[in-house]
Design a binder for this molecule. Structure first.
Ligand code: ZN
Length: 281
């Protein structure tokens, strides 16, 4: 303890924490309904994400996006948008506040303000068994941002053009018919699919080799019409290097599955957040 600590330092530190958003803060997703719909669904689209590159796929509200590991351990950096409105995008910070540093079965992926509604719900996670390892590592984080060439410059490295930020920018530009400059402005902090990360005792962000193996998958239910853009990170399984051509990299698959007619009953996509936007004026 440092010398300049006040006399009541121990008492101040002893105050018990309070969960900001307890587990019962949000209405639970209808996982049984989604599970039944997924069980009867058929695959309607499949997009291969090449190693050190990104690809996009669109799906309708009520369909499923399954991200699959193929050929070898690989992590993916995922951006989500409303299919027809790029201003509504995934909000990793609020998702982290609501669900924790890592997401899993039953957690939702929320859109940015002022929309703030569930974009997707996690309905399958074949790495759910992993839990928390001895180092405090967990999978599928909403902590990290995405590897990018600007941080590379900051750290005194040479330009590397196949980092996730650049991969996502090129794929979104092609998919949405935008210039690179216009597309880049929409790229945002990601869901790190399959990535294994945590914080050490000093609070520093760490990564370690992902436990993902071919066949592992993460399946999202699309709560709204979605455009998903996924980068197969140049870090591969992110065991060591993050932004380089050194790591062994593998492709990822994005599959779109459509439920049978009527399988979702009277389910409706969630409305945009009802706050009126007056901000007190
Ligand atoms: Zn990356």
């Amino acid at each position: 303890m440092s010398d300049d600590a006040p006399a009541d330092a121990a008492a101040r530190r002893a105050v018990a924490p309070v969960l900001v958003y307890p587990a019962d803060s949000l209405p639970p997703p209808p996982l049984a309904l989604y599970g039944t719909a997924l069980a009867g669904a058929r695959k309607v689209d499949e997009v291969r994400v090449a190693p050190r590159d990104a690809a996009a796929v669109s799906l309708e509200a009520g369909q499923f996006l399954r991200i699959v590991s193929v050929e070898g351990p690989q992590v993916g950096d995922l951006n989500l948008f409303h299919r027809d409105d790029l201003s509504e995008r995934f909000y990793s910070g609020k998702t982290r506040a609501l669900h924790g540093t890592h997401v899993g079965l039953g957690d939702r992926l929320w859109s940015c303000l002022p929309h703030l509604r569930p974009m997707a719900t996690i309905v399958e996670d074949s790495l759910g068994w992993y839990g928390t390892d001895a180092f405090g590592g967990r999978v599928h984080d909403v902590i990290g941002t995405r590897c990018d060439p600007y941080t590379g410059r900051l750290l005194g490295r040479g330009d590397y053009h196949h980092c996730c930020h650049s991969n996502l920018t090129r794929a979104l530009a092609d998919d949405a018919g935008l210039s690179l400059e216009a597309a880049e402005a929409h790229v945002h902090d990601v869901l790190n699919v399959f990535m294994c990360t945590g914080f050490d005792a000093e609070g520093r962000y760490f990564m370690k080799a992902s436990p993902v193996r071919p066949g592992d998958h993460l399946t999202l239910f699309a709560e709204i019409d979605l455009r998903a853009v996924l980068s197969a990170c140049p870090g591969g399984d992110c065991a060591a290097e993050h932004t380089s051509d050194v790591a062994q990299c593998h492709p990822l698959l994005m599959e779109v599955w459509a439920p049978e007619e009527g399988a979702l009953g009277g389910w409706q996509p969630p409305e945009r957040n009802p706050y009126g936007g007056s901000h007190g004026r």
